[in-house]
Design a protein around this ligand. Structure first.
Ligand code: ZN
Length: 556
């Protein structure tokens, strides 16, 4: 049985004409060779897997081929064969800069340069990851680059051109390799699948291409794996398992739930995503990608690397949102990915962030607040601020009236505002004050406002606006259970770092050491989630004390 050659090697371009996705570099190098204008040192820079090494080999063949015509290597002569085959050509030396980064390695190389080439015109050195060379090694190389022998050519390649000293760069002809578009990669993959008679489900190659993020080699490697896993026929499930990619429908559902402010749906979708084995960071990264594309579409642009069908979907999502809403969502997601780097309990971060996303819908624009719009505005809340396609008209204009009865007016108001899944009256952090604290001119800024204001991050502030009961009592920061459902803070599995952080912020606000106390936490698990959009009338009528008998009532 013949040994299997991976696709990335088998379909490596072997001439300037075969190069995919770097037309400018190929054209300039080709004409430089053809017209005899090629220099003696080249620096290829660009992300990994976009064709730098392939291009270096093609260039080496073009320099040394015995039968080259008009700058094109023949691909047939012994030199071309040696470079293409095993890379084992006496006059073309490939060096990995990462593992040969010492000054001695460069000295050996220079020493060898004294000998003339064995079978071709030039001795050619291809140095990969050249930025990894030590300073001394660069200095040694510099001397040779300044006055190279006529028979020497250097092709340096790097993913980080700025780490290559300016003195080296200035002596090279520089070529910048770009990431390939998903379309170019998809076309190439489809071409290869046709040649190899591999059947691929619709849409899978596009997803592979986008996951490769502009790198052809990564795309080919992934396709290779999928063909192996599927025993000749790649399947979507393997792709999702190997890459942590989520189905587009699921991501779309999460964004839609956020757009219409459905906390319950978004929590369920997040559970579904994590249940499929996606890491919290994968989920946040893919949501960020989608929201970014919607943002670009909202702003009148066209999201990069999306198929026509996806563009249609993005267009729909864009008409249901606005630039400001998308910016606010991105803000939350970017912060979530920051936090994920620092914390172990990724699930907590994801849930807090997604709940925050769903609540953005209900926030009142700061501009309206500053303009003095009434706190409990009868108009429907808008997303952070206007934009095209606001769906404000579809929102009910007020929460349903609770049954009249024995409910204390203050508790009743809270329940009305925070009922599960109900659109809430417009509110933004500083505005959500109990009416009585506003009425008292003696307390211009109460503890809750100052505490929320002092929180270090915006999304944390948004999340904590759900907690009406935030006060100081007996040397403790006391927070009571929010009325509108599950709270990550009440999750017993969450670690105590967040609670400690909150106590610290509160201590700073009060100017004295406070510890943290949570009320109603023990009821968190027992409480069945209410159905969205249909707050049980009985619950609305209940006072907070009735709902959490163990909870201590805290007035502020
Ligand atoms: Zn040749």
């Amino acid at each position: 049985m013949v040994g299997y050659t991976v696709l990335a090697n088998r379909f490596r371009p072997r001439s300037f004409g075969e190069v995919v996705g770097q037309p400018d570099v190929a054209r300039v190098l080709h004409s430089a060779i053809r017209d005899g204008r090629a220099g003696h040192a080249f620096l290829f820079s660009g992300p990994r897997g976009v064709g730098k090494t392939s291009m270096a080999r093609i260039l080496a063949k073009a320099f040394n081929c015995h039968e080259a015509e008009a700058g094109d290597p023949c691909g047939e002569c012994n030199v071309c064969q040696a470079i293409d085959g095993s890379g084992d050509c006496l006059d073309v030396v490939e060096i990995d800069g990462a593992s040969h980064n010492k000054v001695e390695n460069v000295r050996d190389l220079i020493e060898n340069l004294r000998f003339r080439p064995v079978e071709s015109r030039y001795r050619i050195y291809i140095v990969d990851e050249v930025h990894m060379l030590s300073t001394a090694a660069f200095n040694a190389l510099l001397k040779t680059l300044e006055e190279p022998p006529d028979h020497a050519k250097f092709i340096l390649a790097t993913t980080e051109p700025l780490k290559v000293p300016e003195t080296i760069r200035s002596r090279c002809q520089m070529f910048d390799f770009r990431r390939l578009t998903a379309e170019v990669i998809t076309d190439r993959l489809a071409h290869i699948c046709t040649i190899d008679e591999v059947e691929v489900p619709a849409g899978l190659l596009e997803r592979v291409a986008r996951h490769a993020n502009g790198g052809m080699r990564d795309a080919l490697t992934l396709l290779d794996q999928l063909i192996t896993f599927g025993e000749g026929t790649p399947v979507v499930e393997d792709f999702e398992r190997l890459t942590g990619r989520l189905p587009p429908e699921l991501l779309e559902a999460i964004v839609r739930s956020a757009l219409v402010g459905r906390v319950d749906e978004i929590v369920r979708a997040a559970g579904d995503a994590l249940g499929r084995g996606a890491r919290p960071a994968d989920l946040v990264a893919q949501l960020t990608e989608l929201v970014e594309s919607v943002l670009v579409t909202c702003a009148g642009g066209e999201a990069a690397d999306r198929t026509p069908e996806e563009q249609v979907l993005l267009g729909k999502l864009a008409t249901e949102s606005s630039v400001d809403h998308m910016l606010a969502m991105l803000d939350v997601l970017v912060e979530a990915s920051e936090r994920l780097r620092r914390r172990h309990d990724g699930r907590l971060v994801v849930e807090m962030s997604l709940i925050t996303l769903a609540r953005l819908k209900h926030l009142q624009p700061v501009a309206d607040l500053l303009a003095g719009e009434p706190e409990q505005s009868p108009q429907p809340a808008r997303a952070p601020s206007g934009g095209r396609g606001q769906r404000s008209a579809s929102r009910p204009t007020s929460a349903p009236s609770p049954p009249s009865g024995s409910t204390p007016p203050k508790a009743q108001k809270k329940m009305e505002a925070d009922a599960w899944g109900q659109p809430q009256p417009s509110q933004q952090v500083p505005s959500k004050q109990p009416a009585d604290s506003k009425a008292s001119p003696a307390k211009p800024a109460d503890f809750r406002s100052r505490f929320l204001e002092a929180l270090p991050s915006r999304s944390l502030r948004l999340e904590l606006t759900r907690y009406d009961g935030i006060s100081v009592s007996d040397g403790c920061l006391v927070m009571s259970m929010p009325a509108d459902g599950p709270s990550p803070l009440h999750d017993p599995s969450s670690d105590s770092a967040l609670r400690d952080q909150l106590a610290e912020v509160a201590s700073g606000v009060e100017g004295r050491k406070l510890s943290f106390r949570l009320l109603g936490a023990e009821k968190q698990q027992a409480r069945p989630p209410a159905r969205p959009g249909t707050p049980p009338a009985g619950e609305i009528g209940k006072s907070i004390e009735e709902q959490w008998p163990g909870a201590e009532r805290v007035d502020f």
